[in-house]
Design a protein around this ligand. Structure first.
Ligand code: ATP
Ligand code: SF4
Ligand code: MG
Length: 338
């Protein structure tokens, strides 16, 4: 599958000068057309920061300090997202990429009906659509996410949490974007509802052919719905691979820990308590591999040199998903620096 978004060496700081903390380190990640890319990692690992940075929604004190983000439209040359003008950005967001934020279901405007909120998006970006066309499209969007178009006149408080979440997804899909970023879109909902919504999204993705970046704490949902998974720790991607490969055979000790805090794919949900110790403090990042103070497999180079994400050759039945890992244990790795 060809890439739709290529992130290279992306770094983000919060704050400037002495008070700055680095929340993203040198992140390399590729989203391919039509895939669901799952992002996992403990709280504070930089998942939302990454989502905000690649959509250019990062606001102060967040600053992108390096790297590039390339968007590949269906036609024409790749575009540098980090160099876009405000005008270009306005078109890029919603039409090319849309994002459903963490806790989004509470961000619907309580004083406007679902119709108004859906048609406002269309009005802003499709000025030539008539009123009737907008309403028609709003009805269509509601049906897409499994809500009866009769609910168009409803106010947010008249809808269940699951329905509000679906409305947010309908808004995100309004302009048929190529990429939908979902940052913990469903955590406030019960598991059955979460599954239902995600199943629907994956079906829509097949129908409408968009790509999804899906961020969640819930490893079981992640494995169930992602094609590929990237695991983040301390602002770095430490492993990325096909979902089945990473589930069956995690190569980074942190991935292993994360996955093993969830014993069964369909078992009860649990919080990420499986790894002893706590996530690193951005103000005092451990030297070398940031995971080394918690890593059961740490050895001589780990506290001294930082392992960088590098391709590993998979053996056996692995599909060619292009796995890469940032860990000194993987001896076929290429590079590393202090
Ligand atoms: P969660 O799972 O809790 O949503 P996350 O992986 O999305 O976590 P981020 O929200 O991206 O993590 O945060 C990454 C790091 O950046 C955290 O250490 C956080 O404290 C820090 N950070 C985030 N926003 C700000 C801010 N506005 N100012 C300073 N630091 C911030
Ligand atoms: Fe553990 Fe060392 Fe690998 Fe880091 S580099 S995950 S400390 S073995
Ligand atoms: Mg977050």
């Amino acid at each position: 599958r060809p890439p739709v978004l290529e992130i290279g060496g992306l770094s983000v700081d919060y704050g400037v000068g002495d008070g700055a903390v680095r929340a993203l380190h040198d992140v390399d990640l590729t989203l391919r057309r039509g895939e669901v890319l799952g992002l996992a990692g403990e709280s504070g690992s930089g998942k939302s920061t990454l989502a905000y940075a690649v959509t250019r929604l990062l606001s102060p004190p967040g600053v992108i300090t390096g790297g590039d983000v390339r968007y590949h439209p269906r036609e024409g040359e790749p575009v540098d997202v980090l160099a876009m003008t405000p005008q270009e950005l306005r078109a890029f967001r919603w039409q090319e990429v849309s994002i459903v934020f963490q806790g989004a279901m509470n961000s619907l405007n309580p004083v406007h009906t679902v119709r108004t909120q859906l048609t406002d998006v269309l009005k802003a970006h499709r000025p030539r659509m008539s009123r009737e066309e907008r309403t028609g499209r709003a009805r269509e969007l509601l049906s897409l996410v499994g809500i009866s178009p009769d609910r168009l006149g409803a106010y947010p408080h008249q809808l269940s949490g699951g329905m509000r979440q679906r409305v947010m997804i309908a808004m995100a899909l309004a302009l048929e974007p190529e990429i939908v970023v979902m940052d913990e879109p469903t955590t406030a909902l019960d598991v059955v509802m979460q599954r239902q919504i995600l199943r629907q999204l994956v079906r829509l993705r097949e129908e409408l052919d968009f790509s999804v970046v899906f961020i969640t704490h819930d490893i079981s949902l992640l494995i169930e719905f992602s094609d590929r998974i990237a695991i983040m720790y301390g602002g770095r991607v430490v492993e990325q691979a096909g979902a089945a490969d990473i589930y069956r055979d995690p190569r980074h000790p942190y991935s292993h820990g994360l996955l093993h805090s969830f014993p069964a794919l369909h078992g009860p949900r649990r919080e990420l308590t499986g790894i002893p110790g706590s996530p690193p403090d951005l103000r005092a990042m451990p030297s070398g591999c940031a995971f080394h103070p918690r890593c059961p497999k740490a050895f001589e180079p780990c506290g001294l040199r930082t392992p960088h994400l590098a391709p590993v050759t998979d053996t056996g039945t692995d599909t060619d998903t292009g796995r890469s890992v940032a860990c000194w244990l993987n001896d076929d790795r290429r590079s590393g620096e202090s």
